[in-house]
Design a protein around this ligand. Structure first.
Ligand code: NAP
Ligand code: GDD
Length: 378
């Protein structure tokens, strides 16, 4: 019999990669999904219907639903990835964020105890570099003090400590991965990296005029999500339950990410001005000029990136930089598998293809509408 894993947050970026990873390892993978008015789950649609992939309705805000799924599935491993994961949104919905990201963790731990699985079920908690918040040390490792700096981070801090508490109080194998930012072509479209790569793709194809961002000076340690899910698994295969920092050990600014993403889309930017007045101007237009896409005019001299106060946060975390020494030494994990440059390139290439495909589909629809109108097709 293969192992059984239960993933909360299976429809998210990490949940989808982790599902693929565990299925390849021969696991029976169960995921929890929430009722939504939209039934199409884009990131896992290709897995639905596979024999070892199962979905169950439950919600991290609903204890009984979690207990029922845990009791039915009897997992060997639980990966608790479900969360309201957007830091800026946590300022708008702090109570919901606390319920899911803090109390939700407790509900998962209690479900395991209620089902008497505490001796056999290992639990991974998706913790975060946001715990370091207003950082007290650079780079950050497992011993760096926490200073959470958003409602999201404060909720996640509870999650971190309750996992530690259950490990010590009940001898449970539960651990936190303190993951630094990890991105991919499946990243949510309002996180800064994906917002940038999609905008670079759209601007390069003449479908968007300008990208508006918030704090361009913010520094992050960005890795590739596909590499990071392996580490989640390694943490649960370790001899003893421990917490690990997962990061690349390399830091870049939002501005640097933007410059590189636009460069991959054939646009060279130069940034001028400061703070709210800073702009990114096109200084070289290297885009190929196929006749069927709408970018005949040069972008040189145009302002393609501008700053908007709408994307400033009441408190912002500006200096995240992880030290993955412990994960490298104890788990044998390689933090340098995908470089920053490769990550940006793969995201931009993906989004250029996506935008082009959507554009082509829209064109077909427009042509079809025209034909219908003119009575050419009935
Ligand atoms: P994501 O793409 O935003 O996915 C979040 C997942 O949580 C989705 O499947 C979502 O379901 C689910 N969810 C939200 N509220 C729920 C609820 N009440 N009950 C059940 N499911 C719920 O996030 P991600 O980037 O994959 O991140 C995964 C986890 O790692 C999160 O806990 C995040 O906070 C943490 N983390 C992420 C990073 C990063 O850089 N990506 C870094 C550190 C930690 P729907 O599809 O139904 O909304
Ligand atoms: N989202 C967003 N949109 N962020 C912007 C923008 C913008 O237009 N402009 C600048 N930023 C800055 C933010 O202020 C922040 O300092 C940085 O870019 C990264 O923002 P996000 O991509 O939204 O990610 P995050 O770091 O706040 O949170 C992500 O990483 C955490 C790990 O450190 C999320 O995935 C969290 O769930 C995760 O815990």
């Amino acid at each position: 019999m293969g192992k059984v894993a239960l993933i909360t947050g299976v429809t998210g970026q990490d949940g989808s990669y982790l599902s693929e990873f565990l299925l390849e390892k021969g696991y029976d993978v169960h995921g929890i999904i929430r009722r939504s008015s939209v039934d199409f789950r884009e990131r896992i649609a290709h897995l639905e219907g596979k024999p070892h992939f199962h979905l169950h309705y439950a919600d991290l805000g609903d204890s009984m639903s979690i207990v029922k799924v845990v009791d039915k599935v009897k997992p060997n491993e639980i990966y608790n990835l479900a969360a309201q994961s957007h830091v800026q949104v946590s300022f708008d919905s702090p109570e919901f964020t606390a319920d899911v990201d803090a109390t939700g963790v407790l509900r998962v731990l209690e479900a395991v105890r209620a089902c008497h699985l505490e001796k056999t079920c290992r639990i991974y908690q998706a913790s975060t570099s946001e715990l370091y918040g207003k950082v007290e040390e650079v780079p950050q490792n497992e011993n760096t003090p926490f200073h959470p700096y958003s409602p999201y981070a404060v909720a996640k801090l509870y999650g971190f400590w309750i996992v530690k508490e259950y490990r010590e109080a009940y001898n449970m194998f539960c651990c936190s991965g303190i993951l630094f930012n990890h991105e991919s072509e499946r990243r949510g479209e309002t996180f800064v990296t994906r917002k940038i790569t999609l905008a670079a793709a759209r601007i390069s194809q003449g479908l968007q005029d300008c990208l508006y961002l918030g704090n361009l000076d913010s520094l992050r340690d960005w890795g590739y999500a596909k590499d990071y899910v392996e580490c989640m698994w390694l943490i649960l295969q370790n001899d003893k339950p421990e917490d690990f920092v997962i990061a690349t050990g390399v830091q870049h600014s939002v501005r640097e990410f933007t410059e590189l993403a636009f460069k991959h889309a054939g646009i060279e930017l130069e940034f001028k001005g400061e703070g709210i007045k800073e702009v990114g101007i096109c200084v070289k237009d290297n885009r190929p000029q196929p006749s069927d896409i709408n970018h005949q005019t040069s972008l040189v001299g145009k302002t393609l990136v501008a700053v908007s106060e709408d994307f400033y946060r009441p408190t912002d975390v500006v200096n995240l930089w992880g030290d993955p020494t412990k994960a490298k030494a104890k788990l044998g994990w390689n933090p340098a598998k995908t470089s920053f440059e490769e990550l940006v390139k793969l995201m931009v290439e993906h989004d250029i293809a996506k935008v082009a495909a959507e554009g082509a589909a829209a064109k077909v629809r427009t042509n079809l509408a025209e034909y219908l109108e003119k009575g050419i097709v009935k």
